[in-house]
Write a protein that binds this ligand. Structure first.
Ligand code: ADE
Length: 226
C-alpha cells in the first residue's frame, strides 16, 4: 500500500515509522510511505504557506496553492493512478470520526493521500475541490494533522495483509463492535495478584466461554455496547 502524506513538518514522521512493525512493513515493501513537504511547492521567495483569515478573527490559514500544487505534482508524476481513484483525506478536527471500520475500508485501497492541516485551519477550497474526505481522530483539537495522520497510517497498515506477524490474534478490540478480553502471561502470581484460575485449567471450551463473558462485560462497562 502506498501512502502519500503532505505536511509542513516532515521531520515529525521519522521516528514513529523507524521502529517495530511499521518499520518492518516498510522494509518488506508492504507499506510505501512517502512524506512530502508542502513548503517545497511554494513559488514565492519566502516559501509562504499561510495567510490571514478573510473576515478576521485572528489565526492563520493554510493557503490553497501550495497544497494543490503539491498533491497534483505527485500525481502528475504517476499517470498510472489517476487522482480520482485515490482517497485524498484532510486531517481535520471537523472531519468524520476515525474508526476501526474506516481503517479497514481505507486498507482496501492500493493508495491513499493524507493532508495535514496546521494553524487555524486550511483554506476550505482544499476540502471542497481537492479532498474526497476529512477525518478527525477524536473530539479534541491537536496542534496539527501530523499525529492524526500517523495514527491513521498505523491503524490502516496493520490491516494490510502481511503487516502483522502470522501469529497475531485474529480477534481484537473493535473488530466486531466489542472490546477484547483481558490477557495474562507468566508469572502466575505477581505481587500477590493471581492469573484467573480458568486460564490455567487447560479446558479450552471453558476458557473460550470466560473470554466471551469478559469481552461482553468490558464492552458494557465502556459504554460501547450496541
Ligand atoms: N487536527 C487537529 N486536531 C485534529 C483531530 N482531532 N483530528 C484530525 N486532525 C486534527
Amino acid at each position: 500500500m502506498r501512502v502519500d502524506v503532505f505536511t509542513l513538518f516532515p521531520g515529525m514522521f521519522s521516528s514513529p515509522f523507524a521502529e517495530s512493525i511499521m518499520q518492518r512493513a516498510m522494509t518488506q515493501g508492504l507499506l510505501d510511505l512517502r512524506i512530502h513537504n508542502i513548503r517545497d511547492f511554494t513559488t514565492d521567495k519566502h516559501h509562504v504557506c499561510d495567510d490571514m483569515a478573510y473576515g478576521g478573527g485572528g489565526g492563520m490559514v493554510m493557503k490553497p496553492e501550495p497544497i494543490f500544487t503539491a498533491v497534483e505534482s505527485v500525481f502528475g508524476m504517476d499517470q498510472a493512478q489517476p487522482i480520482a481513484a485515490v482517497p485524498v483525506i484532510l486531517m481535520s478536527p471537523a472531519g468524520r470520526r476515525f474508526s476501526h471500520q474506516i481503517a479497514i475500508e481505507l486498507a482496501e485501497h492500493a493508495r491513499i493521500v493524507l493532508i495535514c492541516g496546521h494553524y487555524e485551519g486550511v483554506d476550505e477550497r482544499v476540502r471542497e475541490h481537492l479532498c474526497t474526505d476529512a477525518i478527525s481522530i477524536g473530539d479534541y483539537v491537536l496542534t496539527g494533522g501530523e499525529l492524526p495522520a500517523m495514527v491513521i497510517v498505523d491503524a490502516v497498515s496493520r490491516q494490510v495483509p502481511g503487516v502483522l506477524p502470522e501469529f497475531a490474534p485474529k480477534v481484537e478490540s473493535h473488530a466486531d463492535g466489542t472490546l477484547e478480553y483481558p490477557h495474562y502471561t507468566r508469572p502466575p502470581v505477581f505481587r500477590g495478584w493471581a492469573v484467573p484460575d480458568v486460564l490455567l485449567s487447560g479446558n479450552h471450551a471453558v476458557i473460550e466461554k470466560w473470554r466471551k463473558a469478559q469481552s461482553a462485560e468490558r464492552t458494557r462497562e465502556s459504554g460501547k455496547a450496541s
